[in-house]
Design a protein around this ligand. Structure first.
Ligand code: NCD
Ligand code: ZN
Length: 345
């Protein structure tokens, strides 16, 4: 039975939601995460440091005794985020980044950005203050094919942003294409990408062949197999600008299994185990620690975690569902056997 010890992992992109949902999501990830960078797409969105600190307190109330889990916060960038808010974020030890959602790109993004060029003055302040810009990199034009939206965003916006603001620290979130991998590799050390656990495992067939699988539907949507392979290769490459951000995004079963099902895959119950399976499959388990527990902290300028968790090659079965705000939550790999399990967490 193989066994590996990891520094306590960090998740650089996670949706915990609010209210009763925290009773499900926080204990799941507090089981083994050191830190989680919490996304701000609540309703209404978390647009100010003050709101983020209040949200952080609500999260902390659900961290079980004895867990070292620390939430780190993001602010939701809008068309009229004031420069002062960027300065306040830079001064806050708990706020790590601004999240840019193109308006209409994904769940709760209605308050997002309408014109990226109009934000250049804010990017300039972020660059000067050393605040990270975290980007949902998809265009939203109705006539742009959903499978091309990430690539077109890179060509149309991202190339220009990193050229104009060469010292701005940018994270392209939840990348899904070989194009994004290539873009990050060619960019400066100020540019990085997160990769989710589910995008290491799923291609678009897994979402659509044999019937629509609503629990595999997320944004950006999984792409062709060659893109999934590029993501696995990047995650396992040992290159420091690819690190783990789960994008675990819970929605109740009734909202997923619907005529217009919403986007998001829930992985917080097995984040590390899903990554371990993908890395083991490629014979790259020795690289898992840097991907899950090292490179993200390095990029965000924080010390690496010192506690450890132990991953053991031991089968277990993922529950069919969990209670969630009066509904049920169907986790990724529901009812399936997993090969790796975290112990001592
Ligand atoms: C996320 C959500 O549900 O908040 N959904 C998703 O499919 N990833 C939003 C996001 O990160 O796009
Ligand atoms: Zn997300």
């Amino acid at each position: 039975m193989r066994q590996i010890v990891l520094a306590r992992p960090d998740d650089w992109h996670i949706h915990l939601r609010d209210g009763d949902a925290l009773a499900t999501t926080v204990p799941h990830c507090a089981r083994y995460l050191g830190r989680g960078l919490v996304m701000p797409n609540l309703q209404p969105p978390v647009t100010r440091v003050e709101l983020a600190l209040a949200y952080r307190d609500r999260i902390l109330r659900h961290v079980p005794d004895g867990s070292a889990f620390t939430p780190l916060m993001t602010l939701y960038l809008t068309d009229d985020t004031p420069a002062d808010e960027v300065r306040r974020a830079a001064d806050s030890e708990h706020v790590m980044a601004f999240k840019l959602y193109p308006a209409g790109a994904t769940t709760n993004s209605a308050a997002g950005i309408h014109g990226i060029e109009a934000l250049y003055p804010i990017f300039e302040v972020m660059e000067r203050e050393g605040v990270v810009l975290s980007i949902h990199g998809e265009v939203t034009d109705r006539d742009c094919d959903i499978f091309d939206r990430e690539r077109v965003f890179i060509d149309r916006h991202l190339e220009e942003i990193v050229k104009r603001f060469p010292s701005l620290r940018v994270v392209l979130e939840h990348i899904t294409t070989a194009d994004a991998v290539e873009f990050v590799r060619a960019a400066s050390h100020h540019v990085a990408a997160t990769i989710t656990a589910h995008h290491l495992v799923l291609n678009r067939n897994d979402m659509l062949v044999g019937g629509i699988r609503p629990h595999h539907y997320c944004l950006p949507v999984p792409k062709r197999e060659r893109h999934r392979e590029a993501l696995v290769e990047a995650a396992c490459s040992g290159e420091p600008r690819f690190f783990f951000g789960s994008d675990s995004a819970p929605h109740g079963r009734s909202r997923k299994e619907a005529a217009c099902g919403c986007a998001g895959v829930y992985t917080a119950h097995a984040l590390v185990e899903i990554c371990a399976t993908a890395f083991a499959h490629r014979g790259a388990l020795k690289r898992l620690n840097d991907f899950c527990s090292g490179f993200g902290a390095d990029f965000y300028g924080l010390p690496r975690t010192t506690e450890t968790v132990t991953l053991v090659e031991e089968p277990w079965t993922v529950p069919e569902d969990f209670p969630f705000t009066g509904d049920r939550l169907v986790p990724f790999h529901a009812g399936q056997e997993m090969a790796w399990r975290v112990h001592d967490a």
